[in-house]
Write a protein of this length. Structure first.
Length: 290
């Protein structure tokens, strides 16, 4: 029994000039996938040959279908030569699978065909958009192994962020640096960071989330709120500008202005003056509407 683990194809180099081929294991067999322009695609040859069909004839059938979204991408084969590889998106793959009669494939590959038909969409989409996919048939030992891998990945990421923050120059607020270093240290060790409440980092994104704004509302507001907050900060600190730092916005590390919890009253002032009337249901920070 297999988890839907992902491993790079051993025949594919780790090169930014070609898409990385990732193998995703199913309950029976596996599929090879790549990401192109942010969307997942399935390597067609591997899938076709895995269920015992002739690749050339199946590719010809696909070329005749108006619904088929097929692309040719450059890849490097095991012999080191660059070749074109046909890939298809999820919808095309499932449409093609619907034309394959499971009773007309060999008995030994029939479980793979059935797994393709029942597991492909969730597995591919979850891996490429949610960071991973797990087979519902996975054993406790397999799940424990996955959990260990997740924790190891979390620790490596935390150590990397600590090193990155340490290397930042003096233009970055030292209070923010210390706060983030302790935060990521806590992530790596599982310990609670000892940070004075007033020194805890406070980002515009965090504040708007505390106010109860939805993701769409935060996207609409955060730029103008950030500008107004920066102006308010300079006015309150005799012209001193807030320093730059890194913050997590929409799941990505981005350059943001550096504030701490000591600045929260200033955040509240900007909110009350410019945004409170627009979002009356987010007046209070205790989770209840005003």
């Amino acid at each position: 029994m297999k988890t839907l683990a992902a491993t790079p194809d051993p025949d594919e180099p780790n090169d930014d000039t070609v898409p990385e081929i990732v193998r995703l294991d199913l309950s029976a067999g596996s599929i090879h996938t790549v990401r192109i322009d942010g969307e997942p695609f399935i390597v067609f040859r591997h899938a076709v040959e895995s269920i015992g069909l002739d690749y050339s004839s199946q590719l010809r059938k696909l070329r005749d279908r108006s619904w088929a979204n097929r692309r040719e991408v450059a890849t490097v084969a095991s012999d080191g030569k660059v070749r074109q590889m046909a890939v298809v998106d999820e919808k095309t793959f499932l449409m093609w699978l619907a034309t394959v009669n499971e009773m007309k494939v060999a008995a030994e590959v029939r479980p793979t065909l059935i797994a393709y038909q029942s597991e492909t969409t969730d597995m591919v989409r979850n891996y490429w958009t949610r960071g991973g996919a797990i087979n519902e048939r996975a054993t406790d030992d397999q799940l424990d192994t996955l959990q260990e891998q997740i924790e190891e990945r979390r620790i490596r990421r935390a150590h990397g962020l600590i090193s990155l923050i340490t290397a930042m120059d003096d233009s970055v607020d030292p209070r923010w640096k210390r706060s983030r270093q302790l935060h990521h240290y806590a992530e790596a060790t599982g310990e609670v960071p000892e940070i004075a409440p007033e020194d805890r980092a406070l980002l515009v994104e965090t504040y708007l989330t505390d106010r109860g704004l939805s993701k769409a509302e935060r996207r609409s507001v955060r730029s103008s709120f950030g500008i107004k907050m920066s102006v308010a900060y300079r006015m309150a600190h005799k012209g001193e500008k807030p320093k730059d730092s890194l913050g997590l916005v929409d799941g990505r590390e981005r350059s943001v202005k550096s504030y701490t919890e000591a600045d929260r009253p200033l955040f509240d002032k900007v909110w009350e003056e410019f945004y409170a009337d627009r979002y009356p249901a987010q007046q209070r920070l205790d989770g209840d509407a005003a």
